[in-house]
Design a protein around this ligand. Structure first.
Ligand code: PGA
Length: 241
């Protein structure tokens, strides 16, 4: 079954709207990732969907003002954590911090969705340049990671989200996204002996979802804008059934 992750980002603006939307998209195979402040209330109403967090502190509970520790997420029945979203990277998160967050996530027994993807500037130089960029992003997070992992088994997803496709209405082509997914999977097995599922993200909607999700290389989707409209989101989820 393909995984469809609803990344609400900093939406919606009220608690009541968040609860209404969560109930409307509470389906199996869906991970709802609301802002932190709505996690507890949504956790109480979900019957089928899983719950995710948009970020996590690399630190355990303690004197870290403004941070949310992995064990606090687990207490709210959160199962997934998005790590290294390009909007977090833009806000200043470094590869080093992203590696620490990934380690903290996996060591706590949470499932991680690590985001990678190139900018428009990189892609201008061609698809090979994009692959090289993604390879370097993965290397900076995964080299040396195994020494920090305390757990033997973990669930890891890599979301390929070209930055120029996020929230722009322009997607990558399904062919390139599938090729990038294969490339990432091969790299992860060959270099790190990790088998991962690769999700596609970036302007996915009801009309284009099928062309991506019907590809065997693509294990699911990370959906932003379209996950805030239940009728649109429903059509995306239906393409996987
Ligand atoms: P989008 O966002 O679907 O609105 O392009 C995707 C994401 O940032 O995860």
């Amino acid at each position: 079954m393909k995984l469809i992750v609803a990344n609400w980002k900093s939406n919606p603006s009220t608690h009541a709207e968040a609860i209404r939307l969560a109930k409307e998209i509470d389906w199996k195979g869906v991970v709802i990732v609301p802002p932190f402040i709505y996690l507890e209330a949504i956790s109480d109403v979900l019957k089928n969907a899983s719950l995710g967090a948009q970020d996590v502190s690399p630190n355990d509970v303690g004197p870290h003002t403004g941070e949310i520790a992995p064990r606090q997420l687990i207490d709210l029945k959160v199962e997934y954590v998005i790590v290294g979203h390009s909007e977090r990277r833009k806000a200043g998160e470094t590869d080093e911090e992203i590696q620490k967050e990934l380690v903290a996530t996996l060591n706590a027994g949470l499932k991680a969705v690590l985001c990678v993807g190139e900018s428009a500037e990189v892609r201008k130089n061609g698809f090979e340049a994009a692959k090289k960029f993604v390879k370097e992003q993965l290397e900076s997070v995964f080299s040396g990671l195994s020494q920090s992992l305390k757990v033997m088994s973990y669930e890891l997803y890599v979301a390929y989200e070209p930055i120029w496709a996020i929230g722009t209405g322009t997607t990558d082509t399904p062919e390139s996204a599938a090729e990038m997914a294969s490339f990432i999977k091969q790299l992860m097995v060959n270099s790190y002996k990790l088998s991962v599922n690769v999700l596609y993200g970036g302007s996915l909607n009801a009309s284009n979802a099928k062309s991506f999700l019907s590809r065997s290389e693509i294990g699911g989707a990370l959906v932003g804008g379209a996950s805030l409209r239940s009728d649109e989101f429903k059509k995306i989820v239906e393409t996987t059934q």
